[in-house]
Design a protein. Structure first.
Length: 291
């Protein structure tokens, strides 16, 4: 899509970009501390309904009825053409009774086969295990990039990953979107996407490192970013457009997942240039490193 050679002086505004990133990260942390996240039933638990309808019905129709009842965030699973399992975020008996009343009005003859309170799918133990797994993964990334490139490249890559994840969490806190298991998958996807984009830029920086003495760190970074910019734009656009289509027309079940990926693509593309590369420039200028 884009194949031209660019000559943009990205590093000229690197300190402004780094300041913006610091503000966004601190803002995201503040939102997480004071506003928190809208945790879904996977994290908080709720109520489970098992119903049998009098006639074959589509999941989309049941979801529409649940939205009318004020439970648009319910998780609905069909196990037959007339049987459905509905997981409700609320643990209020009054709210559950109200939802059942709406369903019975819409579907006369509906049978309630099961009603029970359920615990969270993602419990405290699983959350601790996830945190440990993420830490191990970050250490693994540090080791791999250090061996493949150099230690400074590894550090700025990990910082960029943390930057992207925190800002995505901050956006979800700000917008009040629900955090569920698909969101965890989205965060892992964002980490992989951002790391891949950053590695492409760092690989070109490594190739141009031989010109460091002649060109200087700023010119080497600008040259490397511009040489990979076509690839970055093409990859970002071809990934963003189908995800945007999923967000707009994929329905409420996948909307939060798609929204997280969209935010991650934007922030990840930005961080490859204005977090990883800008930090590398500042680090080198403060403490030069020979080839």
């Amino acid at each position: 899509m884009f194949g031209k050679n660019f000559s943009i002086d990205f590093m000229n505004v690197r300190r402004i970009a780094l300041l913006l990133s610091i503000i966004l990260v601190l803002g995201s942390i503040s939102l997480l501390v004071f506003r928190g996240l809208n945790l879904g039933i996977d994290f908080r638990g709720g109520n489970l309904l098992q119903i049998q309808l009098p006639a074959p019905t589509d999941v989309s129709e049941v979801r529409s009825v649940m939205s009318e009842a004020g439970a648009e965030q319910a998780i609905i699973q069909a196990y037959s053409d007339r049987g459905f399992i509905i997981r409700l975020k609320t643990d209020s008996d009054e709210a559950v009774s109200s939802i059942l009343s709406v369903l019975k009005v819409k579907y006369p003859g509906m049978e309630l086969l099961r009603l029970e309170k359920v615990g969270p799918v993602v419990g405290k133990a699983l959350r601790k295990q996830a945190i440990v797994a993420v830490c191990i993964a970050l250490v693994g990334i540090l080791i791999y990039i250090t061996l493949r490139f150099r230690f400074r490249f590894a550090v700025v890559s990990v910082i960029a990953l943390v930057h992207d994840s925190l800002i995505t969490l901050g956006v979800f806190s700000l917008t009040g979107r629900e955090i569920s298991l698909p969101f965890i998958a989205a965060i892992l996807t964002i980490v992989g996407y951002s790391l891949n984009d950053t590695i492409v830029v760092l690989d070109r920086i490594r190739e141009n490192w031989k010109s460091l003495g002649k060109e200087g760190i700023i010119n080497v970074l600008n040259m490397s970013i511009n040489q990979t910019l076509s690839r970055t734009i093409n990859t970002s656009l071809t990934t963003f457009l189908p995800v945007a289509a999923l967000f707009l027309w994929g329905g409420p079940v996948i909307a939060n997942f798609a929204f997280a990926i969209m935010v991650g693509i934007i922030v990840g593309t930005y961080s490859s240039i204005y977090v990883a590369s800008a930090l590398l420039a500042e680090w080198y200028l403060a403490s030069p490193e020979k080839k």
